[in-house]
Write a protein that binds this ligand. Structure first.
Ligand code: GUN
Length: 300
């Protein structure tokens, strides 16, 4: 039997629609236009594509988008000064500094210079702590998107065995915290985990966020499990022609789809949800800044 394909592209479109509804209400009822500032340092082509898409989608839902592009050799002090200006600007409700930053800049210092209430990435140490202790936090976008899809598919996650493969600060750790908050029994596995295959086979929910192309085969998947594939890896695709490539996840989709109950594809699964959740976080930050009720269904 073949798994249900969880369509992240369609789901992201419904999230953006909800966000656009909240933007209209904020504008018409309260005279507030939510604003998202994105800062890009240097000219990394992948980051430029992300930032362009973020800006485009921000405008499409009716928010203000503020883009700041700084040269690769920008001194750390100049970047910190820009973040300080954005922190103080009441028109800016969300701030995102695109990562990775150039080597001469201390990434942690910059992340922790963003006012926690405007930290729509959820990377600030205060938000990490708030999430870990079950308090009101800004939640990292990719795990938030995964959680939304899981809740939509399962309803309640209570009591399910969840295995998160990957322990990054951006995905693995916050994902585990969110699943724990929804009363899953959570295991964080990683490259040093003993008998990773057996650990994965115990998962009702398997989240793959390791960044290694197709490393999880179908026979590591429990029959009927829900598989969320966060990986985006480019591999050669000679079948498409010489020098061509294609995107694949951390899960071997073709074998896993035969065993799983539901699975996210790559591309078109988790990826589109990340920017949609960034917009959702900006609405959340805006509502909190103005002491308005938070949008339901857009937060963790
Ligand atoms: N670079 C790749 N993904 C992300 C993200 O989610 N946030 C930021 N700030 N930078 C990134």
């Amino acid at each position: 039997m073949s798994a249900k394909i969880i369509d992240g592209k369609a789901f992201a479109a419904t999230v953006r629609e909800k966000v656009a509804g909240h933007v209209s209400r904020l504008r018409e009822v309260h005279g507030i236009v939510p604003g998202l500032a994105v800062v890009l340092v240097g000219d990394d082509p992948a980051s430029e594509v992300y930032v362009r898409n973020k800006g485009k989608q921000t405008l499409e839902v009716g928010m203000n988008s503020y883009e700041h592009k700084l040269p690769e050799d920008t001194p750390e002090a100049d970047l910190l000064a820009l973040v300080a200006r954005l922190n103080a600007d009441p028109a800016v409700h969300g701030i995102l500094v695109q990562l990775p930053l150039p080597d001469h800049i201390d990434e942690e210092k910059v992340i922790n210079s963003v006012t926690p209430s405007k930290d729509v990435d959820g990377f600030h140490i205060l938000n990490v702590g708030l999430l870990a202790t079950g308090q009101k936090a800004m939640v990292p976008c990719t795990p938030l998107g995964c959680l939304m899809m899981l809740r939509d598919h399962h309803g309640s996650l209570s009591g399910l065995n969840a295995v998160v493969v990957g322990r990054s600060n951006i995905v693995g750790k916050p994902m585990a915290q969110l699943l724990l908050r929804d009363s899953c029994t959570v295991t964080i596995a990683h490259s040093r985990t003993k008998d990773l295959a057996e650990v994965c086979r115990g998962a009702d929910i398997l989240v793959a966020a390791v960044g290694r192309a197709q490393m999880i085969p179908g026979d590591w998947v429990k029959p009927g499990a829900t598989v969320i594939d966060v990986g985006i890896n480019r591999i050669p695709a000679p079948e498409k022609g010489e020098g061509k490539s294609r995107l694949v996840g951390d899960v071997d989709f073709d074998s896993a789809v035969q065993v799983a109950g539901a699975i996210t594809p790559v591309p078109g699964g988790v990826g589109p949800m990340t920017i949609a959740c960034l917009l959702a976080n900006t609405i959340t930050a805006c509502c909190r800044a103005h002491d308005l009720p938070e949008p339901s269904g857009l937060t963790a």
